[in-house]
Design a protein. Structure first.
Lengths: 162, 163
């Protein structure tokens, strides 16, 4: 093997390490973090919304109380909570938590289905380069598809009535 | 609380832009290519990445102002009916003016469209960064030709984002 071949092989192997850690793994970590965050956010939004509806119902149920100041307060709560709930729905629609979590979850799953090539010590440089090329192309295809979907999704992420 | 974790911020940009590869010293065989990329591609990447963060933040601000402002204006209307105080009417008018400005900004500055263009350009540049390091695609040619190909690609992506 010539000195140039050794240098080429080193560069190829280092690129493969770099690509797996800095491109693929960093993207997988990003997707995982986002899926968790958006799933939690959606759950919190639902609970907060339920809480507001519950408060409205509670305030409505007790508004028959005789004390005038308490009655006014309960009526205000009954009127304000649905407004806050609507604002929360608008914010949730703006962020599109469910759709984004699904998009990132799918992209992560597709990336994890791509098997990394394994190398043998006696493998010719040409075969090594070809296997890496195919692997990188498959990963980049998944990432480009995700970017395409993400662009379409972002277009639709506007609050109701906006 | 994850619900409000990615909220609009007053200072959305970090002081130092995050590098594309954290420790380039671990890959000595690629040192020459890192240098070329730092000169040709990385400045454009950071420009679009930071632009995308700023525009996304502006987009969020305008919508959050509209959502929260709309809710506050309605609440003030209810309060005005319940407890008739003159100050509430004035506060309502100020908020309505803010909402008008936010709507105008939303329709005039096209934050979301520009944000998406910048984000997609930054992500495309990030992809090219790794293709160049791997001498893949159009970067498999001889040294000078691949540098020219990289310059052309960066220029094409940047132009596309700015149209």
């Amino acid at each position: 093997m010539s000195q140039q071949d050794v240098l080429n092989q080193q560069a190829t192997e280092q690129f493969f390490d770099l690509y797996r850690s800095e491109r693929l793994q960093s993207q997988l970590d990003y997707y995982e973090k986002r899926v968790k965050e958006f799933t939690n956010a959606q759950r919190q939004a639902i609970w907060l919304s339920i809480g507001l509806v519950f408060l409205t119902a509670l305030a409505g149920a007790f508004e028959g109380i005789a004390m005038s100041w308490l009655r006014v307060t309960l009526l205000l709560i009954a009127a304000i909570c649905p407004i806050l709930s609507t604002a929360l729905a608008g914010y949730t629609a703006l962020r599109g938590f469910t759709q984004q979590a699904k998009l990132y979850h799918d992209a992560r799953r597709n990336l994890m289905h791509i098997h990394a090539p394994t190398f043998r010590a006696d493998q010719p440089q040409h075969d090594l380069s070809n296997e890496i090329r195919n692997y990188v192309n498959r990963v980049e295809d998944v990432l480009q598809t995700e970017h395409g979907f993400w662009g379409q999704l972002a277009e639709g992420m506007t609050p109701p009535g906006a | 609380m994850d619900l409000f974790k990615q909220r609009p911020r007053f200072r959305p940009l970090s002081k130092e832009p995050a590098p594309l590869v954290k420790d380039t010293g671990k890959y000595p065989a690629l040192a020459a290519d890192f240098k070329i990329l730092d000169d040709v591609l990385v400045p454009s990447y950071h420009k679009h990445d930071r632009e995308a963060i700023k525009l996304q933040n502006a987009h969020w601000w305008t919508y959050v102002i509209l959502i929260v402002g709309g809710a506050i204006a309605t609440i003030l209307g209810i309060l005005q009916l319940a407890i008739s105080v003159e100050g509430i009417g004035i506060a309502g008018a100020i908020i309505a003016a803010f909402l008008g400005c936010a709507t105008l900004a939303l329709n005039s500055f096209h934050y979301q469209e520009r944000y998406m263009n910048s984000r997609l350009a930054a992500e495309e540049l990030r992809g090219e960064y790794f293709l160049f390091l791997g001498r893949l695609g159009q970067y498999g040619e001889k040294s000078q030709e691949r540098i020219e190909a990289l310059k052309e690609r960066v220029s094409a992506i940047t132009e596309k984002a700015e149209v």
